[in-house]
Design a protein around this ligand. Structure first.
Ligand code: HPA
Length: 268
């Protein structure tokens, strides 16, 4: 596996004139706008990167964008790999391993999720303060000692300094933030009402199908992580979701998230 990771990183370095991104960004639903705001220097399609899985979700772009945000070099994944698509957890997290080899110092992750905290509203931005993993752990298997320890600590999984920065920026920019625990399940089904209640009971604030694997692997390699979730629906509400309204809220939230990410990257 390590050899595959290194081969892939070497290929990318050769294709990008040894680009050295400082920040890795994984773009989830609602963050497409952020990709457009990157001053791209190189764009690589996943299908042309040896060792990279290819996204199967319709409408999801699959490409790595190397470019600048506020003068800082970033590498952004437009389209991620989900366990529910049938990938092994090592495949889901492969790009994070490769980004580490390219030299990223921070990982920013984003996603869409269903709120189970009853004070959350559709369109809210939730800073991920912690997670509960209900997916298979991506570190199961032989440990790659060169990359990190067998038993990684998961305190401060979502970097407290980055969260404090986000809070300060949001205050300054007038962006409303929620904070909470992201529960990562396998999907692809959305949760039953009983499952949303279960997530709430065990201390979750939002339910999703991604992010946790990538974050675990980043923390295995001691990369500080910042995560944001767009609340696109409220799992415990009786209201029948209005799809158009959800999409609209998502787009609006996407704009706020883009602003937050940009300002965060500027102020790293
Ligand atoms: N559950 C799981 N994943 C999701 C949800 C949800 O309610 N909303 C958006 N992604």
């Amino acid at each position: 596996m390590l050899e595959e990771i290194k081969k892939c990183a070497a290929f990318i370095k050769a294709q990008t004139n040894d680009y050295k991104p400082e920040v890795g960004v994984i773009l989830g639903t609602g963050l497409g706008g952020f990709a457009d705001s990157i001053k791209a220097d190189y764009i690589l399609e996943y299908k042309n990167i040896p060792g990279f899985p290819v996204s199967t979700v319709q409408g999801h772009k699959g490409r790595l964008i190397f470019g600048q945000v506020e003068g800082r070099r970033v590498v952004a994944m437009q389209g991620r790999f989900h366990y529910y698509e049938g990938y092994a957890m090592t495949q889901v997290t492969f790009p994070v391993r490769v980004m580490q080899q390219l030299g990223i110092k921070y990982l920013f992750v984003s996603n869409a999720s269903g709120g189970v905290n009853t004070s959350f509203r559709t369109g809210d931005l939730m800073i991920i303060t912690d997670h509960i993993n209900l997916l298979p752990n991506p570190l199961i298997g032989p440990n790659m000692e060169e990359l990190g320890p067998r038993f990684p600590d998961m305190h401060n999984c979502y970097d407290k300094n980055l969260i404090a920065k986000a809070t300060a920026i949001a205050e300054k920019e007038g962006i409303k933030l929620q904070y909470g625990v992201y529960v990562g399940g396998t999907g692809p089904t959305f949760e039953t009402q009983a499952e949303y209640r279960f997530y709430h009971a065990i201390g979750g604030d939002a339910a999703g199908m991604s992010t946790v694997p990538e974050v675990i692997v980043a923390r295995h390699m001691s990369i500080p992580v910042f995560g944001v979730s767009v609340i696109t629906n409220c799992g415990l509400s009786d209201e029948v979701g209005d799809h158009e309204d959800v999409q609209l809220q998502g787009r609006k939230a996407g704009i706020r998230m883009e602003k937050l990410f940009k300002e965060m990257i500027k102020n790293l």
